[in-house]
Design a protein around this ligand. Structure first.
Ligand SMILES: Cc1ncc(C[n+]2csc(CCOP(=O)(O)OP(=O)(O)O)c2C)c(N)n1
Ligand SMILES: [Mg+2]
Length: 359
């Protein structure tokens, strides 16, 4: 398209600019050749379970918030499940690192972290993954190589650059998956990180979760370039435009992006088109969009319903899928009971994990 129109050479050899353009689009072209991951039925069931776990966990978190059992902010991930599950299922567990913003419960669940310790963290209990001191936005687990949970919009991108530098320095073969939102994509430090990451060929996958809104602002009202996957072009970072509502498409894109990064070729920028069904946080009545818009997404693009359809086509029965849902609901109830019955942190915890001496 634009590439062909721009080519002014009469020579049949591609110009340097064409080659450059091709490098930026080559991953997208590979992705478009085979959009969906060729998963076995077992793998699909696994993706289905994980997405359902996130959905049911978040619904329960919303209820606990309503009951006053969760304090502070609480940002739910409902609608975006296919992104975390599709991408993180392709990670090397115990090696690769993950960092994200404050909408972080789903990423932790997708990493296989016990729902009990996540729920206990949400309710501020000692048994929580950050000893009940981080809450919804600031969960952290170095054991799982999950580096938060960050409330400063865009900050996790620069920190992710540091995590990728550590992978490169240690030559451990790992990569960093750094998630951020469409709103965060307009922050300055994101571009400083793009520059250094590309220059140093850091093993990092930048993931823009474009859920169409930054708090109450639609992308078209906040962003001059709404095709976010193109945002890395000025830094020679190849971009991928991915349907974030289909877990198999997400996983397939992850295969391509991760192989590129692991091959020592530097960063990739993935834009995942997705949608959040709930408000920005629990205190947002979401008056900036119509009910019909949300309903339309739920009815026609829902990632869990989409995979359910594929599973039914593969011969799974409605009853089998209902049983999975029952099991997941029980797991989530257990997590909620565990959280509610766990003690709060000891007051002495006020003085641990922080700097209390002079420096
Ligand atoms: C530096 C900074 N500026 C502003 C805010 C307030 N704020 C919190 S979330 C948010 C919107 C971010 O939207 P997006 O990046 O699209 O992520 P989403 O909530 O959609 O996942 C803003 C402006 C903040 N936390 N940090
Ligand atoms: Mg957003």
């Amino acid at each position: 398209m634009a590439k062909a129109a721009r080519s002014k050479t009469t020579d049949s050899a591609p110009s340097a600019r064409d080659q450059h353009d091709f490098a930026l689009h080559s991953l997208q072209e590979s992705h478009e050749k085979a959009l969906r991951y060729d998963a076995s039925t077992e793998q699909m069931l696994d993706f289905y379970e994980q997405m359902l776990l996130i959905r049911r966990f978040e619904e329960r978190a919303g209820q606990l918030y309503g009951l006053g059992l969760i304090g502070g902010f609480c940002h739910l991930y409902i609608g975006q499940e296919a992104v975390a599950v599709g991408l993180q299922s392709a990670l090397k567990e115990g090696l690769d690192s993950v960092i994200t913003g404050y909408r972080d419960h789903g990423h932790m669940l997708a990493y296989g972290i016990d729902p009990k310790v996540i729920m206990a963290e949400l309710t501020g209990r000692q048994a929580g993954i950050s000893k009940g001191k981080g809450g919804s936005m600031h969960m952290f687990s170095t054991e799982h190589r999950f580096y938060g949970g960050h409330g400063i919009v865009g900050a996790q991108v620069a920190l992710g650059g540091g995590l990728a530098l550590a992978h490169q320095y240690r030559e451990d073969g790992g990569l960093c998956l750094a998630y951020f939102g469409d709103g965060a994509a307009n922050q300055g430090q994101v571009y400083e990180t793009f520059n250094m990451a590309s220059l140093w060929k850091l093993p990092i996958v930048f993931v823009i979760e474009n859920n169409q809104y930054a708090m109450g602002t639609a992308v078209s009202r906040s962003s001059a370039e709404t095709e976010f996957y193109r945002r890395g072009t000025a830094f020679r970072i190849p971009g991928m435009d991915v349907n974030g509502m289909d877990v198999l498409e997400v996983r397939q894109a992850a295969e391509i992006a991760f192989a590129h990064v692991r091959g020592g070729n530097g960063p990739v920028l993935m834009e995942l088109g997705t949608y959040r069904y709930r408000g920005h946080s629990m205190s947002d009545p979401a008056k900036y969009r119509t009910r019909e818009e949300v309903q339309d997404m739920r009815e026609h693009r829902d990632p869990i319903e989409g995979l359910k359809k594929t599973l039914l086509e593969r011969g799974k029965s409605e009853d089998e899928l209902k049983d999975i849902d029952k099991r997941i609901r029980a797991t989530v109830s257990e997590a909620a009971d565990f959280a509610e019955s766990s003690p709060e942190p000891d007051p002495r915890e006020l003085y641990t994990d922080i700097l209390v001496e002079s420096y």
